[in-house]
Design a protein around this ligand. Structure first.
Ligand code: NAD
Length: 354
């Protein structure tokens, strides 16, 4: 099924159960695929070009050094400017292949075939490609939208449960941005992920990204849960997966919104969030480990005259509201101290109650 996207949107979006070779590029194309998917791909009758690269890239190798041999390989093939690169894998593979496609010959076309729920629901749409530097995640990258996104939900059948849960948090994020409490609560219940949720999340993100491709305004709403989430992810030494950290950040953002005097959340919603997040409690770093990371937030504002190392005076925070769309506020990093403490307390109580 082809999803409706805004007219002129850079990426055609397809959501299918099984892969369809009719959606592969016309003309010369090559593939960079996650080795874990090779059997599922060829087993589904999908072609494997002779110059395909099957790779295994752990999160800690989402680095420029991983992409360079791919670029050298494409130059040896050789891949010309009119060729298309197909990325098959989770967010790590798609971020790196997209970056490679942006760099090679100053930009060749690419398609993304996401294979994790996180990549289907979020990472593969929006044109952000990137790699990590020693100083932090995604600090180098390019906006280079794929021509086509083909999400085949059949690939999810072998995805480990932890990674399914990881992607589910990005879906729950969408409901909270929109203020749709009933949808958020439906997704927070136990039970399988529904394709309709992925479809809605993709359609919403496509609209936002189309209106604000460079994240100058509305697109920042997609960072709901990411301010505290990124700090918790880094402070855990990346033992928390990205989506898990976002899940914790979502509860933190609900608590911060209440602290800021916005409308209270239905207790049932907070209970469901707490119950789902409790297994992550041992990975939550103490506040002193989080504060310096919040100060380093990419969109931090600093007092004039201070250097980059100076503590941030304000960071960009997204506050969810029940029944209404989330809002943006610039706040001092320390405002997160109370929500962080409440988060730990709520998960602690639930762990002792269960
Ligand atoms: N570009 C963006 O807008 C954006 C947005 C969100 C996240 N990201 C990035 O996405 C990355 C995380 O992506 P991810 O969560 O997909 O992790 P991932 O790509 O590391 O995949 C998770 C694991 O699942 C395996 N895997 C992939 N598909 C599988 C399948 N169908 N069956 C079995 N195993 C499978 C992978 O080999 C890997 O071990 C992070 O680097 C993050 O920065 C990017």
């Amino acid at each position: 099924m082809r999803l409706a996207t805004p007219s002129g949107f850079a990426t055609e979006v397809f959501l299918l159960e099984a892969p369809d070779k009719g959606l592969l590029p016309d003309g010369h194309w090559t593939l960079v695929g996650d080795m874990r998917l090779r059997e599922a791909w060829t087993g589904a009758g999908m072609p494997e070009p002779g110059d395909a690269l099957w790779v295994t890239v752990p999160e800690e190798e989402k680095k420029l050094r991983t992409v360079i041999p791919w670029l050298e390989h494409w130059a040896r093939v050789p891949l010309h400017r009119d060729a298309t690169v197909v990325a098959l894998g989770g967010g790590v593979v798609s971020d790196l292949v997209g970056l490679g496609a942006a760099l090679y010959l100053r930009g060749v076309a690419w398609q993304v075939w996401p294979t994790t729920l996180l990549a289907m629901a979020d990472a593969s749409l929006g044109g952000k490609t990137g790699a990590d530097l020693a100083a932090g995640k995604n600090l180098v990258g390019a906006f280079h939208p794929p021509k086509r996104l083909v999400a085949c939900t059949g690939f999810l059948k072998d995805l480990p449960a932890r990674h399914l849960e990881n992607g589910r948090w990005e879906l729950i994020k969408t409901a909270l941005i929109l203020g749709e409490m009933a949808w958020a609560m439906e997704m927070l219940q136990d039970g399988p992920v529904r394709f309709a949720w992925v479809e809605r999340a993709l359609a919403y993100k496509a609209g936002v990204v189309h209106r604000d491709p460079r994240e100058a305004g509305e697109r920042r709403l997609l960072n709901l849960g990411h301010t505290l989430g990124h700090a918790l992810e880094a402070a855990s030494g990346y033992r928390l997966l990205h989506g898990e950290a976002v899940g914790l950040g979502l509860l933190g953002a609900c608590l911060l919104a209440e602290e800021q005097g916005l409308k209270s959340f239905p207790p049932d919603l907070l209970d469901l969030l707490v119950r789902r997040l409790t297994p992550l409690a041992p990975l939550i770093a103490p506040w002193p480990a989080c504060l310096p990371l919040l100060h380093r937030d990419k969109k931090a504002k600093r007092a004039s005259g201070h250097t980059e190392e100076a503590p941030a005076t304000e960071i960009h925070c997204i506050l969810p509201r029940p029944g209404e769309s989330a809002i943006q506020r610039a706040l001092a990093p320390r405002v997160w101290e109370v929500p962080h403490a409440r988060l730990i307390d709520l998960l602690d109580r639930e762990a002792h109650r269960a």
